[in-house]
Design a binder for this molecule. Sequence first.
Ligand SMILES: Nc1ncnc2c1ncn2[C@@H]1O[C@H](COP(=O)(O)OP(=O)(O)OP(=O)(O)O)[C@@H](O)[C@H]1O
Length: 300
Amino acid sequence: MIQVHSVSKKYNKHFAVNDLSLTVNKGSIYGLLGSNGAGKTSLLKMIAGINRQDKGTIKIDNITAYENVAIKERVVFIPDLLYFFPQATVAQMASQYKEYYPSWSQERFEQLTPAFNIELNRKVHRLSKGMKRQVAFWLVLSAMPDVLILDEPIDGLDPVMRQKIKNLLFQDVAEREMTVLISSHNLREIEDLCDHVGIMHQGKIIIEKEIDDLKSDTHKVQLALSDPTHEEHLLNKLNILHHEKRGSVLLLIVRGNEEQIKKAIHSTSVILFDLLPLTLEEIFIYEMEDVGYEIEKILL
Ligand SMILES: Nc1ncnc2c1ncn2[C@@H]1O[C@H](COP(=O)(O)OP(=O)(O)OP(=O)(O)O)[C@@H](O)[C@H]1O
C-alpha cells in the first residue's frame, strides 16, 4: 500500500508537487496521468524513496520510504530513462539484481526467458530501446517487488510485447497482490491496465476515480422528444455532465444508474433514444470540463 499525505516538493521556488495526497491500495494498479511538467516524475521519485519531499509524509505499508533500505528492497522503480551498468550483459545485470533484492526469484527469471527471448550474453547498452525496456521488465518482475513504480513504462515496446507485459503485471497483481503505480500520457493504455486513475496538473491531483465506477456511472444518451416542450422537465430529472442540441436531437452525457436514466427518459414520450458507452478519454473530457479544466490542454 502506498500512502502519500500532503506532500510538497519545490525546485527553485517552483512547486513540482504541491500539497498532494494519494493512496494506492495493496493489489491495485493506479494510473497517474498529466501534462508535461505536471510533477509526475517528481512524485514517483519521492515514493520510490529516491528524492525527499520538503513537506508531508510518504509511507509504504505504513513505513516511511525515504532512505529506508528494507523498504527499498521491496519497491522497484522503472524510470523513463533506463540505467544499466556500462558494458553489463543481461546475465550480469540479473546477478546485480539478485544481490540487491532479497526477494529475487531465479526460477521466475528462468521462466520468463522464453517471453523475452533475449540472449543472456547480450550487452544491454547495445540492445534497441524497446529491448532495453524488455530487459528492465524481465529483471524487475524477477525481483518480485511488493510495489512497482513505472514512469512511462510502455514507451518503445511493440504491441505484442505490450500485451505480454500487461499480462505479466496482471498475473503478479492477482497472484501476489503487487501494488502498481504507473505514470503515463496515454489514457487508452491506462484504461486497459489500471483500476484507479488520477490526473495531475501543476503539482496537484485534480481528479481521481475508480475506473469501473466511472464507466458504469457515466453514459452518452441521444434522444429526440415527440413534444419538445417537455425538454426542460426531462433535463431537470437527470444528472447532466454535458448537454448539446443538434436540430431536434439532444446529445447528453449523464451520470447515474443506467436503469434509472432509462426509466426517467421513458417517462417522457421519445421518438429516438440511444444509450451508448463512453471511452475513458470521453468520460475524462466531460468530468474535467465539469471541474473547469480543458482536458486537451492538460493531457496533450
Ligand atoms: N531536479 C530538478 N531540478 C529543477 N527542477 C526540476 C527538477 N526535477 C523536476 N523539476 C521541475 O519540476 C516540475 C515537474 O517536473 P516532472 O519531471 O516531475 O514532471 P512530469 O509530470 O514527470 O513531466 P513529463 O510528463 O514531461 O515527464 C517541472 O517544472 C520541472 O522542471
